[in-house]
Design a protein around this ligand. Structure first.
Ligand SMILES: [Zn+2]
Length: 115
Protein backbone atom coordinates (compact mmCIF):
# COMPACT_ATOMS: atom_id res chain seq x y z
CA UNK A 1 0.00 0.00 0.00
CA UNK A 2 1.17 3.47 -0.87
CA UNK A 3 -0.34 6.96 -0.63
CA UNK A 4 1.12 9.53 -2.99
CA UNK A 5 0.42 13.13 -1.96
CA UNK A 6 2.37 14.84 -4.73
CA UNK A 7 0.44 13.92 -7.85
CA UNK A 8 -0.68 16.85 -9.98
CA UNK A 9 -3.85 15.97 -11.84
CA UNK A 10 -6.77 17.78 -13.34
CA UNK A 11 -9.88 17.21 -11.26
CA UNK A 12 -12.93 16.01 -13.16
CA UNK A 13 -15.20 17.77 -10.69
CA UNK A 14 -13.79 21.26 -10.03
CA UNK A 15 -11.58 21.15 -13.18
CA UNK A 16 -8.64 22.64 -11.32
CA UNK A 17 -5.21 21.23 -11.98
CA UNK A 18 -3.70 20.62 -8.58
CA UNK A 19 -2.48 18.15 -5.99
CA UNK A 20 -4.31 14.86 -5.60
CA UNK A 21 -3.83 12.11 -3.07
CA UNK A 22 -3.44 8.77 -4.79
CA UNK A 23 -4.04 5.48 -3.04
CA UNK A 24 -2.20 2.47 -4.40
CA UNK A 25 -3.01 -1.07 -3.32
CA UNK A 26 -1.21 -4.13 -4.63
CA UNK A 27 0.85 -1.83 -6.90
CA UNK A 28 -2.12 -0.36 -8.74
CA UNK A 29 -4.08 2.84 -8.40
CA UNK A 30 -7.28 2.36 -6.40
CA UNK A 31 -8.43 5.86 -5.50
CA UNK A 32 -7.67 9.54 -5.95
CA UNK A 33 -8.79 12.58 -3.99
CA UNK A 34 -8.69 16.18 -5.12
CA UNK A 35 -7.02 18.42 -2.52
CA UNK A 36 -9.03 21.39 -3.76
CA UNK A 37 -12.65 20.18 -3.63
CA UNK A 38 -12.25 16.79 -1.95
CA UNK A 39 -13.76 14.92 -4.87
CA UNK A 40 -12.80 11.29 -4.46
CA UNK A 41 -12.72 8.78 -7.24
CA UNK A 42 -12.42 5.11 -6.41
CA UNK A 43 -11.29 2.95 -9.29
CA UNK A 44 -11.95 -0.27 -7.47
CA UNK A 45 -15.44 -1.35 -6.45
CA UNK A 46 -14.02 -3.20 -3.49
CA UNK A 47 -11.47 -0.99 -1.82
CA UNK A 48 -11.39 -3.03 1.40
CA UNK A 49 -10.98 -6.25 -0.56
CA UNK A 50 -8.06 -4.68 -2.40
CA UNK A 51 -6.59 -3.59 0.91
CA UNK A 52 -7.05 -7.05 2.43
CA UNK A 53 -5.29 -8.59 -0.56
CA UNK A 54 -2.49 -6.03 -0.34
CA UNK A 55 -2.13 -6.78 3.36
CA UNK A 56 -2.22 -10.54 2.83
CA UNK A 57 0.56 -10.29 0.25
CA UNK A 58 2.77 -8.41 2.70
CA UNK A 59 1.84 -10.54 5.70
CA UNK A 60 2.70 -13.73 3.83
CA UNK A 61 6.07 -12.22 3.02
CA UNK A 62 6.54 -11.18 6.65
CA UNK A 63 5.49 -14.58 7.98
CA UNK A 64 8.02 -16.22 5.68
CA UNK A 65 10.75 -13.89 6.89
CA UNK A 66 9.92 -14.51 10.55
CA UNK A 67 9.78 -18.29 10.01
CA UNK A 68 13.19 -18.10 8.37
CA UNK A 69 14.64 -16.25 11.34
CA UNK A 70 13.18 -18.71 13.82
CA UNK A 71 14.66 -21.63 11.90
CA UNK A 72 18.11 -20.05 11.89
CA UNK A 73 17.98 -19.06 15.53
CA UNK A 74 15.14 -20.21 17.81
CA UNK A 75 16.14 -17.48 20.29
CA UNK A 76 14.71 -14.96 17.82
CA UNK A 77 11.17 -16.01 18.71
CA UNK A 78 11.55 -14.32 22.11
CA UNK A 79 11.94 -10.97 20.36
CA UNK A 80 8.83 -11.37 18.23
CA UNK A 81 6.22 -9.74 20.50
CA UNK A 82 8.43 -6.65 20.75
CA UNK A 83 8.85 -6.48 17.01
CA UNK A 84 5.12 -6.94 16.56
CA UNK A 85 4.23 -4.01 18.84
CA UNK A 86 5.05 -1.41 16.20
CA UNK A 87 2.83 -3.12 13.65
CA UNK A 88 -0.73 -2.46 14.84
CA UNK A 89 -0.12 1.28 14.84
CA UNK A 90 1.14 1.21 11.28
CA UNK A 91 -1.81 -0.93 10.25
CA UNK A 92 -4.28 1.34 12.04
CA UNK A 93 -2.90 4.32 10.19
CA UNK A 94 -3.28 2.46 6.90
CA UNK A 95 -6.83 1.37 7.67
CA UNK A 96 -7.66 4.98 8.54
CA UNK A 97 -6.29 6.15 5.19
CA UNK A 98 -8.28 3.53 3.29
CA UNK A 99 -11.38 4.39 5.32
CA UNK A 100 -10.93 8.09 4.65
CA UNK A 101 -10.94 7.47 0.88
CA UNK A 102 -13.97 5.25 1.19
CA UNK A 103 -15.79 7.82 3.37
CA UNK A 104 -14.96 10.71 1.02
CA UNK A 105 -16.42 8.73 -1.83
CA UNK A 106 -19.67 8.18 0.06
CA UNK A 107 -19.89 11.85 1.09
CA UNK A 108 -19.08 12.98 -2.43
CA UNK A 109 -21.76 15.43 -3.64
CA UNK A 110 -22.01 13.79 -7.06
CA UNK A 111 -23.30 10.60 -5.46
CA UNK A 112 -25.96 12.28 -3.36
CA UNK A 113 -27.22 14.50 -6.16
CA UNK A 114 -30.86 13.59 -6.73
CA UNK A 115 -31.45 15.21 -10.14
ZN1 LIG B 1 -11.54 19.03 -7.45
Amino acid sequence: MKVDNDAILTCGSCEIEGPHELLYLSEHLCASRCANCGKTQVYSGHIYTEYARDLAERTTHLAGKVAGQVLRSPVEIVKLPFKAIGKPFGLLREVNQVTSFERSRRLSPSRTRSR
